[in-house]
Design a protein around this ligand. Sequence first.
Ligand code: EPZ
Length: 422
Amino acid sequence: MDKLNITGGQRLQGEVVVSGAKNAALPILCASLLTGDDVRLTNVPQLNDINTLSRLLGQMGVKVAQEGAGTLVLKADALTSCEAPYELVKTMRASILVLGPLVARFGEARVSLPGGCAIGQRPVDQHIKGLAALGADVRVEHGFVVARADRLKGAIVRTDMITVTGTENLLMAAVLAEGETVLDNAAREPEVVDLAEMLIAMGAQIEGHGTDRIVVQGVERLHGVDYRVMADRIEAGTFLCAVGAAGGDAILRAAPPAAMGAVIDKLRRAGVTIDCDGDNIRARMDRRPTAVGFRTQEYPGFATDMQAQLMAMNAVADGTAVITENIFENRFMHVQELIRLGADIAIDGHTAVVKGVPSLSGATVMATDLRASASLVIAGLVADGVTTVERIYHLDRGYECMEHKLQQLGARIERVSDRRSA
Ligand code: EPZ
């Protein structure tokens, strides 16, 4: 397993290009199941999760061709299976996103239940409830969701809570259903909007995406598309937190500032100077950050996927920050590791109280999940001495060449594969 060795103390200077959004690309790849025509996607981030989903679609008989860096061409004209096996689904929960499109286009699906993960139990009951509301016969048997429908029928579907992939699965089911579907209590995340825009470009009739009420008029079929995936607001926010913590002057190119309001507001409150110009964001920080508390919420609130990263900046801030995680039940796995680096953090249920310390001290720490690993990298950038982050396969799931991008900004960071470090 690879590790990252980070020598702290370097201010970040220079430019990086933000990659395509993992959490937009994953549902968008699954949407290729909704047509037999070519679906050509650009700005697809080169991540392990994308590779896993490409392998899953390939196993179903979808033709997946890489046409240069960041460009994939998919063609689902001759499927051989409607099954997503446990071996792949257990490594990437987002595989559940094949459920809606498979039932919508092929009338059947057999998708392994994803099971939980480090940050929470992650149930998919709302995906199942919504498909049943659209007329599918859905059962859970032997660890699989088994769904069948001659043709889905439009309905009013209200989820019990706001769910991002639940909204995406049901949206992909509704676009080929008979009649009108209303998704009530829908997720408003930019990645949901990106999926909807791609579906509309394929001939779907969708209104209200980006609000909590999406209205879909089902159509008979969808045609191929050439679509560019939106930029990753979480990757961009992660780099902004790194500048806030380590100081410096960095420019993010191809970023989505319009989707980053909550994060930018918090970082400005912490003392980071942030200037947005089109899809470029310049971040400057020349002092110790001021502690800034926050509560994670569904979009447009502060994203849970940014919680660990802003906590790392707060660990060295002036003052105390109170952080409340409202979305997942176990998303403080990074806290114990930050404490190993000298952070002063107390957890009380869903709330963490972070008392900023003047400095952290480098140590060996272990990544537990994707965003926790990003948090430990940020902490390593400011810790005295060397920080070694182990198990960075978590990081590689959601960040494209994180260490190369940080090296471009002057960070002293290098990847060590176990072979050499043995
Ligand atoms: C998506 O996960 C993202 N993943 C997550 O990003 C992100 O943290 C999350 O949305 C919240 O923004 C992708 O888009 C691939 P939810 P998702 O359904 O859809 C509960 C990352 O780091 N719930 O919005 O799985 C659930 O337990 C990842 O990139 C049910 O109870 O999250 C949670 O408490 C991590 N039943 C809450 O809703 C359901 O059927 C929100 O979950 C569905 C969800």
